[in-house]
Write a protein that binds this ligand. Structure first.
Ligand SMILES: [Zn+2]
Length: 169
């Protein structure tokens, strides 16, 4: 019977950890995040979005559902650019960039798997691990706002005449 793989730890590295992480990343030979088509005048965000079928790679949101959603969407650098400061443009490759909704990009922030985590071994493992992290961050944020959102909706229903918007609605 095989033991299930442990869930990788993902977090925002402290300023003290960033240097060590950068050195470790630089020491990796031909890693996935430095491969794939490099960005150029003829290869850009639209090609990345097309490769990801115009959906957020983390939550699956349809980024082409409207012009507003597309305008707010982002190109996520899977391995953050701040950790890849070797003075070259190699972080800006198809394999290190993905279509991402504004919400997931904000929740992800600078979080990365810990050094030596199995999540670094492939792009698929990395995306899967980050997706779980973003899901957990989203659930925790929802829990934080649930009570206030509920109270606000209840108040809005019962006190419509008290709302200051009544003067200009
Ligand atoms: Zn998303």
């Amino acid at each position: 019977m095989s033991t299930p793989a442990p869930t990788p730890t993902i977090r925002r590295p402290s300023p003290q950890e960033i240097d060590a992480l950068r050195k470790w990343l630089e020491s990796q030979l031909n890693p996935w995040w430095r491969t794939g088509t490099p960005f150029s005048a003829t290869f850009g965000w639209a090609d990345i979005f097309a490769a990801d079928n115009w959906h957020c790679i983390y939550c699956g949101r349809d980024l082409a559902e409207s012009e507003d959603v597309l305008a707010e969407s982002t190109e996520d650098h899977l391995v953050p650019q701040t950790l890849l400061t070797t003075g070259d443009a190699k972080a800006h490759t198809a394999n290190n960039v993905a279509a991402c909704c504004a919400s997931c990009n904000g929740l992800k922030g600078p979080a990365v798997p810990e050094k030596d985590s199995p999540a670094w071994q492939s792009r698929a493992a990395y995306v899967t691990a980050l997706r779980a992290y973003i899901d957990a961050e989203r659930a925790s944020r929802a829990a934080k706002y649930r009570v206030q959102a509920f109270k606000a909706r209840a108040k809005r229903i019962w006190n419509k005449s008290d709302a200051r918007q009544k003067d200009y609605l």
